[in-house]
Design a binder for this molecule. Sequence first.
Ligand SMILES: C[S@@+](CC[C@H](N)C(=O)[O-])C[C@H]1O[C@@H](n2cnc3c(N)ncnc32)[C@H](O)[C@@H]1O
Length: 267
Amino acid sequence: MNSVISAPFSKLTRDQIQERVRALGDWFHNMDLNGVQTAPNHFLGDYPRIKWHGFAQAIPADLHGKSVLDIGCNAGFYSIEMKRRGAARVVGVDSDETYLAQARFAAEVCGMDIELRQLSVYDVGALGEKFDVVLFMGVLYHLRHPLLALDLIHEHVTRDLLVFQSMQRGSKEVEPLKENYHFWQTDIFNQPGFPKMHFIENKYAGDETNWWVPNRACSEAMLRSAGFDILTQPEPEVFICRHKELKSGSPVIPATANAQGRNNGVA
Ligand SMILES: C[S@@+](CC[C@H](N)C(=O)[O-])C[C@H]1O[C@@H](n2cnc3c(N)ncnc32)[C@H](O)[C@@H]1O
Protein backbone atom coordinates (compact mmCIF):
# COMPACT_ATOMS: atom_id res chain seq x y z
CA MET A 1 0.00 0.00 0.00
CA ASN A 2 2.82 2.41 0.90
CA SER A 3 4.44 1.88 -2.46
CA VAL A 4 1.14 2.87 -4.08
CA ILE A 5 0.92 6.12 -2.15
CA SER A 6 4.54 7.13 -2.76
CA ALA A 7 4.41 6.62 -6.55
CA PRO A 8 3.09 9.49 -8.71
CA PHE A 9 -0.47 8.50 -9.65
CA SER A 10 0.25 8.87 -13.36
CA LYS A 11 2.98 6.20 -13.06
CA LEU A 12 0.96 3.58 -11.17
CA THR A 13 0.68 0.08 -12.54
CA ARG A 14 -2.71 -1.39 -13.37
CA ASP A 15 -2.68 -3.44 -10.16
CA GLN A 16 -1.78 -0.40 -8.06
CA ILE A 17 -4.61 1.60 -9.63
CA GLN A 18 -7.01 -1.27 -9.00
CA GLU A 19 -5.95 -1.37 -5.35
CA ARG A 20 -6.43 2.40 -4.89
CA VAL A 21 -9.80 2.35 -6.65
CA ARG A 22 -10.99 -0.34 -4.25
CA ALA A 23 -9.63 1.55 -1.23
CA LEU A 24 -11.52 4.71 -2.28
CA GLY A 25 -14.89 3.04 -1.66
CA ASP A 26 -17.94 2.62 -3.87
CA TRP A 27 -17.80 4.65 -7.06
CA PHE A 28 -20.85 6.16 -8.76
CA HIS A 29 -18.85 7.19 -11.83
CA ASN A 30 -17.55 4.38 -13.96
CA MET A 31 -14.25 5.74 -15.22
CA ASP A 32 -11.53 4.11 -17.24
CA LEU A 33 -8.33 4.73 -15.30
CA ASN A 34 -5.59 3.28 -17.48
CA GLY A 35 -7.72 0.25 -18.18
CA VAL A 36 -9.23 -0.06 -14.69
CA GLN A 37 -13.01 0.41 -14.52
CA THR A 38 -14.08 2.13 -11.32
CA ALA A 39 -17.76 1.05 -11.34
CA PRO A 40 -18.04 -1.77 -13.85
CA ASN A 41 -21.34 -3.03 -12.36
CA HIS A 42 -23.16 0.33 -12.36
CA PHE A 43 -26.93 -0.19 -12.42
CA LEU A 44 -27.21 2.29 -15.32
CA GLY A 45 -24.52 0.58 -17.41
CA ASP A 46 -21.34 2.42 -18.40
CA TYR A 47 -22.40 5.55 -16.53
CA PRO A 48 -21.99 8.46 -17.07
CA ARG A 49 -20.29 7.75 -20.41
CA ILE A 50 -23.60 6.68 -21.98
CA LYS A 51 -25.26 9.88 -20.73
CA TRP A 52 -22.32 11.98 -21.98
CA HIS A 53 -22.65 10.50 -25.48
CA GLY A 54 -26.21 11.85 -25.59
CA PHE A 55 -25.23 15.50 -25.16
CA ALA A 56 -21.45 15.85 -25.75
CA GLN A 57 -22.10 17.33 -29.19
CA ALA A 58 -24.28 20.09 -27.69
CA ILE A 59 -21.40 21.61 -25.68
CA PRO A 60 -18.66 23.68 -27.35
CA ALA A 61 -15.95 21.28 -28.57
CA ASP A 62 -13.26 23.87 -27.88
CA LEU A 63 -13.23 25.33 -24.37
CA HIS A 64 -9.82 26.98 -24.57
CA GLY A 65 -9.74 30.09 -22.42
CA LYS A 66 -13.00 29.14 -20.66
CA SER A 67 -13.63 28.50 -17.00
CA VAL A 68 -15.89 25.63 -15.91
CA LEU A 69 -17.60 24.89 -12.61
CA ASP A 70 -18.87 21.32 -12.08
CA ILE A 71 -21.35 21.33 -9.18
CA GLY A 72 -21.83 17.88 -7.64
CA CYS A 73 -18.80 16.72 -9.60
CA ASN A 74 -18.70 13.28 -7.92
CA ALA A 75 -15.58 11.43 -9.17
CA GLY A 76 -15.00 14.09 -11.81
CA PHE A 77 -16.02 12.35 -15.05
CA TYR A 78 -17.44 15.55 -16.54
CA SER A 79 -14.70 17.78 -15.06
CA ILE A 80 -12.12 15.65 -16.85
CA GLU A 81 -14.08 15.77 -20.12
CA MET A 82 -14.21 19.59 -19.86
CA LYS A 83 -10.45 19.68 -19.33
CA ARG A 84 -10.00 17.39 -22.35
CA ARG A 85 -11.81 20.06 -24.36
CA GLY A 86 -9.13 22.53 -23.35
CA ALA A 87 -10.87 24.47 -20.56
CA ALA A 88 -8.38 26.86 -18.98
CA ARG A 89 -9.73 26.20 -15.51
CA VAL A 90 -12.04 23.53 -14.14
CA VAL A 91 -13.34 23.69 -10.58
CA GLY A 92 -15.25 20.68 -9.25
CA VAL A 93 -17.28 20.97 -6.06
CA ASP A 94 -19.18 18.32 -4.16
CA SER A 95 -20.59 18.07 -0.66
CA ASP A 96 -19.17 14.57 -0.20
CA GLU A 97 -15.48 14.25 0.58
CA THR A 98 -15.48 10.55 -0.35
CA TYR A 99 -16.37 11.40 -3.94
CA LEU A 100 -13.87 14.26 -3.98
CA ALA A 101 -11.08 11.85 -2.97
CA GLN A 102 -12.07 9.67 -5.94
CA ALA A 103 -12.05 12.73 -8.19
CA ARG A 104 -8.60 13.75 -6.95
CA PHE A 105 -7.24 10.30 -7.73
CA ALA A 106 -8.97 10.05 -11.14
CA ALA A 107 -7.73 13.50 -12.19
CA GLU A 108 -4.16 12.67 -11.23
CA VAL A 109 -4.17 9.32 -13.03
CA CYS A 110 -5.53 11.09 -16.13
CA GLY A 111 -2.96 13.88 -15.71
CA MET A 112 -5.65 16.57 -15.52
CA ASP A 113 -5.30 19.72 -13.46
CA ILE A 114 -8.69 20.14 -11.77
CA GLU A 115 -9.38 22.19 -8.64
CA LEU A 116 -11.54 20.24 -6.23
CA ARG A 117 -13.35 21.69 -3.23
CA GLN A 118 -15.80 20.38 -0.69
CA LEU A 119 -18.72 22.76 -1.04
CA SER A 120 -22.49 22.50 -1.07
CA VAL A 121 -24.41 24.00 -3.96
CA TYR A 122 -26.12 26.23 -1.38
CA ASP A 123 -22.73 27.83 -0.69
CA VAL A 124 -21.57 28.49 -4.27
CA GLY A 125 -21.66 32.23 -3.52
CA ALA A 126 -18.57 31.66 -1.37
CA LEU A 127 -16.60 30.97 -4.56
CA GLY A 128 -16.92 34.70 -5.35
CA GLU A 129 -16.51 34.02 -9.05
CA LYS A 130 -18.53 33.51 -12.22
CA PHE A 131 -17.78 30.72 -14.69
CA ASP A 132 -18.26 30.55 -18.46
CA VAL A 133 -19.78 27.08 -18.21
CA VAL A 134 -21.53 25.63 -15.17
CA LEU A 135 -22.46 21.95 -15.00
CA PHE A 136 -25.31 21.09 -12.67
CA MET A 137 -25.91 17.45 -13.46
CA GLY A 138 -27.80 14.90 -11.41
CA VAL A 139 -27.99 17.01 -8.26
CA LEU A 140 -31.35 18.85 -8.31
CA TYR A 141 -33.45 15.88 -7.21
CA HIS A 142 -31.09 15.25 -4.28
CA LEU A 143 -31.92 18.63 -2.78
CA ARG A 144 -34.61 19.64 -0.31
CA HIS A 145 -34.54 23.11 -1.81
CA PRO A 146 -34.04 22.70 -5.55
CA LEU A 147 -35.27 26.10 -6.72
CA LEU A 148 -33.08 27.85 -4.16
CA ALA A 149 -30.10 26.00 -5.63
CA LEU A 150 -30.97 27.13 -9.17
CA ASP A 151 -31.46 30.71 -7.96
CA LEU A 152 -28.06 30.68 -6.25
CA ILE A 153 -26.36 29.23 -9.31
CA HIS A 154 -27.91 31.93 -11.47
CA GLU A 155 -27.10 34.72 -9.06
CA HIS A 156 -23.55 33.84 -8.13
CA VAL A 157 -21.65 31.54 -10.49
CA THR A 158 -23.10 31.45 -14.02
CA ARG A 159 -21.70 33.85 -16.59
CA ASP A 160 -22.93 32.20 -19.77
CA LEU A 161 -23.86 28.51 -20.16
CA LEU A 162 -25.57 26.16 -17.74
CA VAL A 163 -25.60 22.44 -18.52
CA PHE A 164 -28.42 20.99 -16.46
CA GLN A 165 -29.58 17.42 -15.98
CA SER A 166 -32.21 15.94 -13.73
CA MET A 167 -33.91 12.62 -13.28
CA GLN A 168 -37.48 13.22 -14.47
CA ARG A 169 -40.65 11.27 -13.89
CA GLY A 170 -44.25 11.71 -14.97
CA SER A 171 -45.39 13.14 -18.28
CA LYS A 172 -42.93 14.09 -21.02
CA GLU A 173 -45.51 16.47 -22.47
CA VAL A 174 -45.07 20.21 -22.14
CA GLU A 175 -48.18 22.39 -21.96
CA PRO A 176 -47.80 25.96 -23.23
CA LEU A 177 -48.26 28.12 -20.13
CA LYS A 178 -50.43 31.21 -19.92
CA GLU A 179 -49.38 34.31 -18.02
CA ASN A 180 -52.15 33.78 -15.47
CA TYR A 181 -55.00 31.41 -14.56
CA HIS A 182 -58.31 32.19 -12.86
CA PHE A 183 -58.71 30.88 -9.29
CA TRP A 184 -61.55 28.58 -10.44
CA GLN A 185 -59.60 27.18 -13.38
CA THR A 186 -58.52 23.96 -11.69
CA ASP A 187 -58.37 21.59 -14.66
CA ILE A 188 -54.86 22.74 -15.57
CA PHE A 189 -53.49 20.85 -12.58
CA ASN A 190 -54.74 17.59 -14.11
CA GLN A 191 -53.12 18.23 -17.46
CA PRO A 192 -50.08 15.98 -17.90
CA GLY A 193 -48.00 18.75 -19.46
CA PHE A 194 -48.44 21.20 -16.57
CA PRO A 195 -45.23 21.62 -14.48
CA LYS A 196 -45.25 19.15 -11.60
CA MET A 197 -42.71 18.30 -8.92
CA HIS A 198 -43.08 14.94 -7.20
CA PHE A 199 -42.15 14.94 -3.53
CA ILE A 200 -40.48 11.83 -2.13
CA GLU A 201 -41.16 11.72 1.58
CA ASN A 202 -39.35 8.45 2.18
CA LYS A 203 -37.10 6.84 -0.43
CA TYR A 204 -37.01 6.37 -4.17
CA ALA A 205 -34.68 3.75 -5.67
CA GLY A 206 -33.57 2.98 -2.11
CA ASP A 207 -32.09 6.47 -1.78
CA GLU A 208 -33.35 8.74 0.99
CA THR A 209 -31.66 11.75 -0.63
CA ASN A 210 -34.04 11.66 -3.59
CA TRP A 211 -36.37 14.49 -2.55
CA TRP A 212 -38.03 16.13 -5.54
CA VAL A 213 -38.45 14.69 -9.02
CA PRO A 214 -39.80 17.05 -11.70
CA ASN A 215 -41.65 16.15 -14.86
CA ARG A 216 -40.16 17.58 -18.04
CA ALA A 217 -42.41 20.66 -18.03
CA CYS A 218 -41.32 21.40 -14.47
CA SER A 219 -37.60 21.16 -15.30
CA GLU A 220 -38.13 23.66 -18.08
CA ALA A 221 -40.31 25.98 -15.98
CA MET A 222 -37.87 26.02 -13.06
CA LEU A 223 -34.92 26.78 -15.34
CA ARG A 224 -36.81 29.69 -16.91
CA SER A 225 -38.00 30.91 -13.53
CA ALA A 226 -34.43 30.95 -12.18
CA GLY A 227 -33.30 33.06 -15.15
CA PHE A 228 -32.07 30.62 -17.78
CA ASP A 229 -33.03 30.54 -21.45
CA ILE A 230 -33.20 26.97 -22.68
CA LEU A 231 -31.17 26.76 -25.89
CA THR A 232 -31.35 23.03 -26.64
CA GLN A 233 -32.44 19.77 -25.11
CA PRO A 234 -30.03 17.27 -26.68
CA GLU A 235 -31.47 14.33 -24.72
CA PRO A 236 -34.59 14.05 -22.56
CA GLU A 237 -32.94 14.87 -19.21
CA VAL A 238 -30.35 17.40 -20.37
CA PHE A 239 -30.92 21.10 -20.98
CA ILE A 240 -28.29 23.49 -22.34
CA CYS A 241 -29.18 26.95 -21.08
CA ARG A 242 -27.94 30.51 -21.28
CA HIS A 243 -27.87 32.89 -18.33
CA LYS A 244 -30.11 35.91 -18.77
CA GLU A 245 -30.54 38.92 -16.56
CA LEU A 246 -33.68 38.80 -14.44
CA LYS A 247 -36.13 41.66 -14.40
CA SER A 248 -35.85 44.01 -11.47
CA GLY A 249 -37.94 42.89 -8.52
CA SER A 250 -36.75 39.29 -8.75
CA PRO A 251 -35.74 37.76 -5.45
CA VAL A 252 -32.19 38.46 -4.36
CA ILE A 253 -30.51 35.40 -2.95
CA PRO A 254 -27.88 35.91 -0.24
CA ALA A 255 -24.49 34.39 -1.05
CA THR A 256 -24.30 32.64 2.30
CA ALA A 257 -27.72 31.02 2.18
CA ASN A 258 -27.25 27.74 3.98
CA ALA A 259 -30.26 25.54 3.59
CA GLN A 260 -28.78 22.07 3.61
CA GLY A 261 -31.07 19.15 4.14
CA ARG A 262 -30.72 15.76 5.73
CA ASN A 263 -27.37 14.11 4.92
CA ASN A 264 -26.35 17.35 3.28
CA GLY A 265 -28.19 16.11 0.19
CA VAL A 266 -25.55 13.46 -0.47
CA ALA A 267 -26.23 10.97 -3.24
C1 LIG B 1 -26.20 11.46 -8.84
S1 LIG B 1 -24.63 12.17 -8.46
C2 LIG B 1 -24.31 13.08 -9.95
C3 LIG B 1 -22.84 13.21 -10.21
C4 LIG B 1 -22.45 13.90 -11.51
N1 LIG B 1 -22.77 15.32 -11.48
C5 LIG B 1 -23.13 13.24 -12.68
O1 LIG B 1 -24.04 13.84 -13.28
O2 LIG B 1 -22.76 12.12 -13.02
C6 LIG B 1 -25.04 13.47 -7.33
C7 LIG B 1 -23.82 14.18 -6.78
O3 LIG B 1 -24.27 15.37 -6.16
C8 LIG B 1 -23.59 15.52 -4.94
N2 LIG B 1 -24.41 16.37 -4.07
C9 LIG B 1 -25.54 16.05 -3.41
N3 LIG B 1 -25.99 17.11 -2.72
C10 LIG B 1 -25.14 18.11 -2.94
C11 LIG B 1 -25.06 19.45 -2.51
N4 LIG B 1 -25.96 19.96 -1.64
N5 LIG B 1 -24.05 20.22 -2.94
C12 LIG B 1 -23.10 19.71 -3.78
N6 LIG B 1 -23.12 18.45 -4.21
C13 LIG B 1 -24.12 17.65 -3.81
C14 LIG B 1 -23.40 14.11 -4.43
O4 LIG B 1 -22.38 14.01 -3.45
C15 LIG B 1 -23.07 13.40 -5.72
O5 LIG B 1 -21.70 13.40 -5.99
